[in-house]
Design a protein around this ligand. Structure first.
Ligand code: NAD
Length: 515
């Protein structure tokens, strides 16, 4: 009997033993930096002439790993071996598939510090952020394993005289999994494990900013006993190998998480029926956000300040759920602004391995884009904090806040994906909700108010997939806060929720006449 699902606890790094283990894991990884990782096609390691490098964003001179630049030929081979593996994998008993995920959870738990260290070095997460990413990964394995067993149960039907009727779920086929770098283990593993446990085979194409972290899933799944060909691993530019796979007539589904721009491109490309294609591709696309926290005059202001700070600058604002707009009631506006400024000025920035509150942004092009938005912000609002790069040999940007920003300004509307916050003044609570709903996105949101009427109103009117009340708008937990947004934030799927596996399944209805 499998025990009920429980979220993986976070590591307490104030415990000396845990701190020591984390330092050791980082030190060990530092000795292995620059190691080469292969493509995995049909269970075989493949090395290419052309290589790419993943860089430590905390220290530009450090190569984290060398990875292969796959070609469309490799993509074709990966598709062929995935379809070959599918012939057996789809008939594996659901219990066996679920067991592989449960084993994967156990392996990830044992390798926790190593997995966290990989993200500290490859994507600049501080220890707690990296640890939360590993915990979420374990949660996906545990939860989707159990969910598969639920979907495999006998499905209820209305009895009909003279017939034996059945309804059950079967997998879709071969799909492409395209995750982002910002939750390089959790989102990558969540999408992959959901696709696999439901009996599909996949080609996983990690982000070029986090291939080593992505490769950790390959290692874990191999150790857990996943058959060859079920999970193929292809690294290389999204625009070449990604387009080839998305557009291919033999691709049955695409599970994507990333920006609105790439998501819309994939959605469009996948919609075109290619010669020889015998299905309409299913696209699960989770995209960006422009998330707001509405601060009412009837709230505990210190809590609101703390919630905005954590949501806006945790992991350098590089979360789809990050708060990038604080919409504050005019009665408490000045006090909120001065309290927030005081707190932001105390934020420490530095290399992720030293575990500061803030580390670097992911790469040079993100740094450039964020700095350009900061220049736009200087024209659109009044600079409260930051506004420039921070010291160091990485991509460091100071936590930047603008106040008196117009709700329609570019920095109020466009996803910046960095440590940049716009503060907007609202006339009252209703006006605050109206502003919160004025973007093309609808991912997360939060309100700080003690007034029950207003809470009720927010529940009805604040149009976002994940609404929080009197708490920060980041940090969704698997099966506690099923995660995914409305409008241009995606296809309304809910990762870590009970509807999620259905996205990778199709229902088969069978009716037999009783003779
Ligand atoms: P991105 O869109 O640049 O890239 C995402 C993935 O798509 C990467 O693996 C990339 O290599 C690949 N890709 C790029 N071009 C492609 C193409 N033409 N065909 C196929 N694949 C292609 O996003 P990112 O910078 O990795 O991640 C940040 C974005 O992800 C932000 O917009 C953030 O809001 C969003 N995000 C959303 C969620 C969510 O749950 N809604 C979660 C995390 C991140």
């Amino acid at each position: 009997m499998i025990p009920v699902f429980k979220n993986e606890p976070f590591t307490d790094f104030s415990v000396p033993e845990n701190k020591k283990k984390m330092l050791e894991a980082i030190e060990k990884l530092e000795k292995e930096l620059g190691k080469e990782i292969p493509l995995i096609i049909g269970g075989k390691e493949v090395y290419k002439e052309e290589k790419l490098k993943s860089i430590n964003p905390s220290n530009k001179d450090e190569v984290v790993c060398v990875f292969q630049k796959a070609t469309s030929e490799d993509a074709q081979k990966a598709l062929d071996s995935a379809w070959k593996a599918f012939e057996e994998w789809r008939f594996f008993p659901p219990e066996e598939r679920a067991n592989i995920l449960l084993k994967a959870a156990e392996i990830a738990r044992k390798r926790k510090f190593e997995l966290s260290a990989t993200m500290v070095m490859e994507v600049g997460k501080n220890w707690a952020e990296a640890d939360a990413d590993v915990a979420e990964t374990i949660d996906y394995f545990e939860f989707y394993g159990r969910e598969m067993l639920r979907y495999a149960e006998k499905q209820p039907l209305t009895p009909f005289p003279g017939e034996i009727n059945e309804y059950f779920y079967i997998p879709l086929g071969v799909g492409v999994v395209i995750p982002p770098w910002n939750f390089p283990l959790a989102i990558l593993s969540g999408m992959s494990s959901a696709a696999i446990v439901t009996g599909n085979c996949i080609i996983l194409k990690p982000s070029s900013d986090s291939p080593l972290t992505g490769y950790r899933l390959v290692e874990i799944m191999k150790e857990a006993g996943l058959p060859d060909g079920v999970l193929n691993f292809l690294t290389g530019p999204g625009s070449s190998v990604g387009d080839y796979l998305v557009g291919h007539p033999k691709t049955r589904f695409i599970a994507f998480t990333g920006s609105k721009e790439v998501g819309c491109h994939i959605y469009e490309l996948a919609a075109k029926v290619q010669e020889g294609q015998i299905w309409l591709k299913r696209v699960i696309a989770e995209m960006g956000g422009k998330d707001s926290i509405v601060v009412d005059d009837e709230c505990i202001l210190d809590d609101a300040v703390q919630g905005v700070l954590a949501s806006a600058f945790g992991y350098q604002g590089q979360k789809c759920s990050a708060c990038s707009r604080a919409i504050v009631h005019e009665k408490v506006y000045d006090e909120f602004v001065s309290k927030l400024k005081e707190k932001i000025e105390k934020i420490k920035i530095g290399p992720a391995k030293e575990n500061h509150f803030m580390g670097p942004v992911i790469n040079a092009s993100a740094e450039k884009k964020i700095l350009e938005y900061i220049e736009i912000g200087k024209k659109e609002g009044k600079l409260l904090t930051g506004g420039e790069k921070a010291e160091g040999n990485g991509f460091y940007i100071k936590p930047t806040t603008f106040y008196d920003v117009d709700p329609k300004a570019r920095i109020s509307q466009e996803e910046i994906f960095g440590p940049v916050l716009a503060i907007i003044k609202a006339k009252n609570f209703d006006h605050g909700i109206e502003i919160a709903n004025n973007t093309i996105y609808g991912l997360t949101g939060s309100v700080y108010t003690l007034n029950r009427e207003k809470i009720y109103k927010a529940k009805k009117l604040f149009h976002c997939g994940n609404l929080y009340i009197n708490r920060k708008c980041t940090g969704a937990l698997v099966d506690v806060h099923p995660f995914g947004g409305f409008n241009m934030s995606g296809t309304d799927s809910k990762a870590g929720g009970r509807d999620y596996l259905l996205l990778f399944l199709q229902g088969k209805s069978i009716s037999e006449k009783i003779r």
